[in-house]
Write a protein that binds this ligand. Structure first.
Ligand code: ATP
Length: 292
């Protein structure tokens, strides 16, 4: 099978892990850098040129689109969809998962539990902010990643000045209930082909409330409850993501969805759990392409 990883980082752990897993199963696996792709429509047909060659022999693609490249990255994946090349994630899923607010709107309609969240519009925010009370509130950028752009405001006054600053720079953000009892930890679940294949509990470094491994957090494998599994599987299904990372906070009210990542990093989860997630992704591709 001819498989391409759509990635700008050939040497990144995740890309290399996918290459190794593909080669181990005797597939031809290459890395396509989205920046060198030219997408065109000619005679009502979607055509793709990579460097100076037309690409027409791929069976599947594994998009690893950075959040900084959502517009062109999504357009490229949509192009592969038009060319009937199997993609592990849909262009719809990449687009919506990149926007935390859009994710929440879509998943709320599917009945998935989430922390109380309000979009930071440009009007009357002082009033909406009061809704979160005098205590701590989380303010986060709609397109933040790796924990940057997530602010814990200790009280209403801190929150108000943060919100006013973001408004003045026209930055898109949400205000969110702070789930104090999660105590600086969250759960990362990897879903492949509608099944949970790996999960870990991440804990923030001392003094931080963000459990991202990129921020010095640490992780341990975890056995999930049925409710946690159900949230992850449902979120992946609704967002049409054959592969994704689903982050969950454990709260007094039960598990709450935090976000969905259409390009989950593989290094942390494979190292911490010892599970060959890349291999599961290749098996998923084999199943889908062979059933066509
Ligand atoms: N409402 C909340 N209550 C408590 N902790 C939170 C809340 N929101 C975020 N956190 C903490 O901050 C971390 C980063 O938040 P979030 O996952 O929303 O940001 P991100 O930048 O998108 O991270 P990622 O790299 O996983 O995409 C979470 O892993 C969690 O530990």
């Amino acid at each position: 099978m001819n498989i391409a990883v759509l990635s700008r980082g050939e040497n990144l752990y995740s890309t290399q892990s996918l290459i190794k897993a593909g080669e181990k199963r005797n597939h031809d696996i290459e890395v396509i850098d989205p920046t060198y792709c030219n997408v065109m429509i000619q005679k009502n047909k979607a055509l793709l040129q990579y460097h100076d060659e037309i690409v027409d022999d791929l069976h599947a693609v594994i998009p690893r689109i950075a959040s900084s490249n959502t517009f062109y990255g999504t357009s490229l994946v949509r192009h592969f969809e038009a060319m009937k090349v199997f993609s592990t994630v849909s262009s719809f899923g990449i687009l919506e998962a990149q926007d935390k607010w859009a994710t929440f709107q879509i998943l709320a309609s599917a009945g998935i539990p989430m922390p109380k969240t309000t979009l930071g519009s440009h009007y009357y925010l002082a009033d909406f902010l009061k809704d979160f009370g005098e205590g701590p509130v989380i303010i986060k950028l709609v397109s933040g990643t790796h924990g940057s752009g997530v602010i814990l405001c200790e009280n209403y006054k801190n929150a108000l000045s943060t919100v006013e600053t973001l408004q003045s720079t026209q930055t898109k953000f949400v205000m969110q209930e702070y789930i104090e009892e999660s105590k600086g930890s969250d759960i990362r679940i990897i879903v492949v082909d509608g099944k949970v294949v790996a999960s870990m509990k991440r804990k923030a470094a001392a003094g931080d409330f963000r459990s991202n491994l990129h921020r010095g957090g640490s992780g341990n494998p975890i056995d999930l409850s049925d409710a946690e599994k159900e949230i992850a599987i449902k979120a992946a299904e609704v967002l049409k993501l054959g592969v994704c990372g689903v982050d969950i906070l454990q709260s007094k009210k039960g598990p709450l969805l935090l976000e969905v990542n259409s390009t989950p990093g593989l290094e942390g989860i494979e190292t911490i759990t010892g599970i060959d997630v890349a291999g599961k992704i290749i098996e998923y591709i084999e199943k889908m392409v062979n059933s066509k």
